[in-house]
Write a protein of this length. Structure first.
Length: 292
């Protein structure tokens, strides 16, 4: 199978390794970052493919505007919430992501957040900066012997299990949770969400924290980003919550990895790749059949 990709529009900032690799394989690249929706609709028809991260939204309107020219949309990252996949499929546009590019970075952040819930390092460090010496106030718990329930045993979940087992934790996995009963947790449970915003009920976690049923929570992703609701703000400011601004993929290594991976998959679609013989990141495989 060969998809004719000659001109690529990069809509959000990606590592230069992506551009270098595409150009090395005879593909023209143009940067037009964070275009307003109306301008993107005007521009998209001039390109065979587009690369986005999380800022640019590829809506049905954008896809319709690119009909007849746009063939591929690549997401340099994992989530494709900002791409209308059904509309892309309808327009024979292949949507692909970089499923393995962020895994290690997201896994490591997850492990750090688990540790931060067990040992309140962040507030203890802040207290020292404020001139206090509150040893008893920041007593934590050991990870050793505790049970870690990983809800979703994908690439990241499996890597987290491997690492946290080294701390002596008992690892159990649910993939997926199918009933509300399976999600019931013991008193004192600590909750970590580094997957996608919205899969954890922020209001329920806040209520559980306030009642004491939840012993702590860590969030890297939120129902709305950046968080604006009163509930989200109250949750973030709770003394037993560690909150980070969606940093799962924010490492130098992950940024290079996803940039290279999205470029390699574009090259694979043209039939020139020496790295890929399949298309591991394609989300809507129905669209592939149009080019076979």
């Amino acid at each position: 199978m060969k998809v004719d990709i000659k001109n690529v529009l990069i809509c959000d900032a990606v590592d230069g390794a992506c551009v270098d690799l595409l150009k090395k394989n005879g593909i023209n690249v143009e940067y037009k970052l964070k275009l307003p929706a109306d301008e993107l609709c005007k521009e998209i028809k001039n390109y065979d493919a587009a690369i986005v991260r999380s800022d640019t939204k590829i809506t049905a309107e954008v896809l319709d505007a690119g009909k007849g020219s746009l063939k591929v949309v690549g997401r340099a990252g994992a989530g494709v919430d900002n791409i209308d996949v059904p509309a892309a499929t309808k327009n024979n546009v292949i949507v692909l992501n970089t499923p393995g590019g962020n895994s290690i970075s997201a896994c490591e952040l997850t492990c750090v957040l688990i540790g931060a819930l067990a040992r309140p390092v962040a507030p203890a460090a802040q207290s020292m900066k404020e001139g206090r010496w509150d040893r008893k106030l920041y007593t934590g718990t050991e990870l050793y012997g505790k049970t870690l329930a990983i809800l979703g045993l994908g690439r990241i979940g499996r890597e987290v299990g491997i690492r946290m087992k080294a701390f002596g934790m008992k690892i159990i996995g649910f993939d997926p949770i199918t009933t509300a009963e399976e999600a019931k947790a013991v008193a004192g449970v600590k909750v970590v969400n580094v997957a996608r915003g919205g899969i954890v009920d922020e209001k329920a976690v806040l209520e559980a924290l306030e009642s004491g049923h939840c012993g702590g929570a860590a969030f890297d992703v939120y129902q709305e980003e950046p968080p604006k609701s009163d509930i989200a703000k109250k949750l973030i400011n709770h003394p037993k919550v560690v909150a980070t601004p969606h940093l799962g993929a924010s490492t130098t290594e992950a940024q290079v990895r996803v940039a290279v991976e999205v470029a390699e998959q574009f090259i694979a679609l043209t039939g020139k790749s020496k790295t890929y013989t399949t298309y591991p990141g394609v989300i809507n495989r129905e669209a592939l059949t149009f080019y076979q």
